[in-house]
Design a protein around this ligand. Structure first.
Ligand code: 16G
Ligand code: ZN
Length: 537
């Protein structure tokens, strides 16, 4: 049975704050860092059980609160194939996190053990990574205390981006098998990405450096390291917002979320002598999201700013990949996956080229839907996304006999792309290299890329409500089923605007409801969005 006295003794060191409730949601468990200690200890316990359930396969725990403020933190679990925790475990995690006494804690663990028929004598192995937040060190110690209480083998991965941790988990579990995903080390990650990139881009070029806003987060470390593996004559970078130890700097007025939400440059960029036509991109705080942007005129003018968000990346990637598949002369179905937040113009553009699925928000939904295709391109508008190649697609790419030199080249490029693109989760570094490959190959600047379609003016508003759990959705979050009558009122309002669309959903990460609105005429956007927000509040 469980070592109950050991667990209780360890739990004394990590008391649960009273009157706090935690929920394992789309971002794992996430809240203010100063109330997260007990939760991290308990996630350590659960992590050990999850690994035991999987007969000692290594699972991952990542400590990060991504794009959220520096004083927040969170922890999420990574399954052995580098994917998000199996959803059936989420409510159990919530229960364990909320147990208010040691007896309740033990009982909630027993419940997991009996529900999932876990053999406690099985080994457990857990790898832990964390971002640059000052609270991480202490929270990681709490996790390790939880893991130790159940005797789990613990690997401290140190400072990592979220996608690097996903990569490591997958590598460890496939090491020495025919499905080996790569060398299970941070160096192995850079080597894999760099080797694939260098296969894909021509030797020399006079492309100006890519300006990278690292959000003052762990992406700054990762980019600095990655650069060592990429000769400057193949790709040059100008890293910005790399102050990872300046208190309060993380995600502050910079980063992918700031740029996407405010649809403007990171604060202060206008003083950086940035030129129209140059490529800029922003990572988020744990480097699993990326958005691009560029200027059409002086940085001081807000009208010069052009955003190339997750939807634009999806359109670029889908267009390029489908051409390669055709050129390679192989039969592979390419499909795209978006959420309701995808700009209507992007959906229209993609639908003319490939099947498109819409899923609820959250990577696990998109990832799962993308697995239905041979090549599944999934992106959230906020810049989280990747491309999945099914096992059979990977086999076809490897084993096909090319019927022309052009087909041979296309097959080689597809093979390199399988390695370049992080197959476990959206990855800012990997996605950045993918975009750079495509732009080089097409000899496009950002304006040519942007030319694919014109975004509809759009806006997301945050609305504070009494109880966000009253808001229930259907049809991939595009329609409300509750509160009763509200959807009809939204429909009526939306009907008054040209090419308008709006939806309302409860946030999975914050205590609020979000309103999305888009329409054809820019001046109508504010009245539409505010009108819907008013109906909601
Ligand atoms: C989480 C999700 C992200 C989603 C966001 C929506 C993962 C790993 N992350 O950060 O994909 O866009 O939540 O937040 O699934 P919201 O529910 O607060 O709008
Ligand atoms: Zn993130």
């Amino acid at each position: 049975g469980l070592p109950t006295s050991l667990i209780a003794a360890a739990s004394q060191q990590h008391p649960k704050p009273i009157n706090q409730t935690f929920t394992y949601g789309t971002a794992g468990l996430r809240t203010r860092a100063d109330i997260l200690d007990s939760t991290c200890f308990r996630v350590g316990l659960i992590g050990a059980l999850r690994s035991k359930k999987l007969k000692g396969k290594t699972i991952g725990l990542m400590v990060t609160a991504s794009h959220n403020p520096e004083q927040d933190n969170g922890v999420k679990m990574v399954d052995p194939r580098g994917e998000m925790l199996e959803a059936t475990w989420e409510p159990f995690c919530t229960q364990v996190a909320n147990a208010s006494t040691d007896e309740e804690l033990i009982a909630s663990l027993e419940k997991i053990i009996s529900h999932f028929k876990i053999d406690l004598s099985a080994p457990a192995s857990v790898i832990v990574g964390y971002d640059t937040r000052p609270s991480c060190k202490q929270l990681v110690q709490a996790i390790i205390d939880g893991l130790s209480a159940l005797g789990a083998h613990t690997i401290d991965a140190g400072l990592k981006t979220t996608p690097q941790l996903h990569y490591l988990v997958k590598c460890i579990n496939t090491e020495g098998t025919p499905e080996s995903y790569g060398e299970p080390s941070e160096q192995g990650y850079y080597r894999k990405l760099a080797a694939a990139f260098l296969k894909l881009v021509p030797a020399s070029s006079d492309v100006p450096p890519l300006v990278v806003d690292c959000a003052n987060g762990v992406g700054a470390y990762a980019l600095t390291n990655l650069i060592k593996y990429l000769p400057e004559d193949r790709i040059a970078f100008r890293p910005m917002r790399t102050s990872t130890t300046t208190p309060g700097a993380l995600n502050n007025n910079c980063g992918a979320d700031y740029v996407k939400t405010n649809q403007c440059l990171p604060a202060g960029f206008e003083k950086e002598n940035l030129q129209p036509g140059e490529r800029f991109c922003s990572f988020d705080g744990d480097a699993d999201r990326i958005v691009y942007y560029y200027l059409t005129g002086p940085a001081s003018s807000k009208d010069s700013f052009r955003l190339l968000d997750g939807d634009k990346i999806a359109s670029l990637a889908a267009g390029y990949l489908s051409e390669l598949v055709t050129a390679a002369g192989i039969e592979l179905e390419l499909g795209c996956v978006q959420t309701a937040y995808a700009n209507g113009s992007s959906t229209k553009y993609l639908k003319q080229r490939a099947p498109v699925t819409c899923t609820p928000t959250g990577v696990k939904h998109l990832h799962h839907a993308a697995e239905a295709y041979d090549i599944g391109v999934y992106f959230e508008a906020n810049g989280h996304g990747t491309v999945l190649f099914s096992p059979s697609a990977q086999r076809k790419i490897k084993e096909a006999t090319p019927n022309s030199p052009a087909a041979q080249t296309a097959l080689e490029q597809l093979g390199a792309l399988v390695d370049l693109i992080n197959q476990t989760v959206g990855d800012a570094l990997s996605d950045m290299l993918l975009v750079e490959v495509i732009l080089r190959t097409r000899q496009w600047g950002p304006a040519e890329w942007d030319g694919a379609y014109e975004d509809l003016p759009n806006k997301i508003l945050k609305v504070n409500v009494k109880d966000r759990f009253m808001f229930k959705t259907e049809d991939a979050e595009r329609r409300l089923t509750s509160p009763p009558g509200l959807q009809e009122r939204i429909d009526e309002l939306v009907g008054k605007y040209k090419d308008a669309r709006s939806f309302v959903r409860p946030s999975g990460t914050e205590d609020c409801v979000r309103v999305y609105a888009e329409c054809a005429i820019a001046s109508e956007l504010a009245p539409l969005a505010n009108g819907v927000a008013k109906l909601v509040s």
